[in-house]
Design a protein around this ligand. Structure first.
Ligand code: OAD
Length: 251
């Protein structure tokens, strides 16, 4: 006897996912929790405390100005965790969607690089990428060498200046051009999946709601009720790695 569980999804949603031409996925830390990367809040392997600091205390321009070495050490610790992790089944489904749909965009808040490693190609990393540094003088970004970094903090390869992580920190603004491109794309979407985000940082919910107002059907995938749940037409209460593969098999 097979132990396989047959999951029943809404037939209208399945039909929409089969015929859709323009689809987006918005992801947060939850999609990487099954890869062993701690989330910032909520269910999963949460509790991203390092030396008793919370992310909000280190991921700021003020923290960097005060103690760049401490901030770089924290990022080096996180970079080691990301480098040692593998993309999971949910990342793979998102990459399969990228390959399948004519018009597709992944908007991720994650800086862990796992979407790229899973094969996603059409993506915006709206919070940056932990494997890149940025010159504080020229603003140009560059690939960091493998962790542990030496010297730490690293210097810019472009100028006689320090480098910072290529991350959008608390209190900093988003790349407006990238955000505009996201909004334009979402306005034309038929279907948007919001996966593993709490909504405590409001941008993913704002983006998903923009798509909804322009006619997209929203699917929220999260073991816990999140900021996306109330705007979603479908709430799949569960882990991304459990909920997405059986759905995608039916497309
Ligand atoms: P959070 O840590 O705020 O939320 C993670 C969400 O993932 C929670 O709602 C969990 O319930 C959910 N979750 C946990 N395990 C899951 C699983 N297996 N499948 C699906 N969902 C799961 O993460 P974000 O919303 O991404 O910013 O946080 C936004 C930003 O806050 C981050 O990008 C980061 C942080 O400060 C920066 O570092 C700039």
């Amino acid at each position: 006897m097979s132990s396989r569980v047959t999951v029943e999804y809404d037939p209208e949603l399945l039909a929409l996912a089969r015929r859709a031409k323009q689809v987006a996925v918005i992801t947060g830390a939850g999609i990487s929790s099954e890869s062993g990367i701690p989330t910032f809040r909520g269910a999963g392997e949460s509790g991203a405390l390092w030396k008793n600091f919370r992310a909000e205390e280190l991921a700021t321009p003020q923290a960097f100005a005060r103690d760049p070495e401490l901030v770089w050490e924290w990022y080096d610790w996180r970079r080691e965790i990301c480098a040692a992790s593998e993309p999971n089944k949910a990342h793979e489904v998102v990459a399969a969607m990228d390959a399948h749909y004519e018009n597709f965009l992944l908007i991720t808040q994650n800086v862990d690089n796992l979407h790229r490693r899973a094969g996603s190609r059409r993506l915006y990393e709206i919070h940056g990428n932990i494997f890149r540094g940025r010159c504080v003088q020229t603003g140009r970004s560059f690939d960091l060498p493998a962790p542990p970094l030496d010297p730490l903090p690293p210097r810019s390869p472009f100028a006689d200046a320090p480098a910072r992580p290529d991350i959008v920190w608390f209190g900093e603004s988003y790349d407006q051009e990238m955000l505009g491109a996201c909004l334009d794309f979402l306005a034309e979407c038929e279907l948007v999946f919001v996966i593993g985000t709490s909504g405590m940082v409001p941008i993913p919910i704002y983006l998903a709601d923009h798509a909804r107002k322009h006619g997209a059907v929203i699917v929220d995938v999260n073991p816990e009720v999140s900021g996306a749940t109330e705007i979603a037409a479908h709430y799949w209460q569960g882990r991304a790695g459990d909920a997405l593969p059986p759905f995608w098999e039916q497309i």
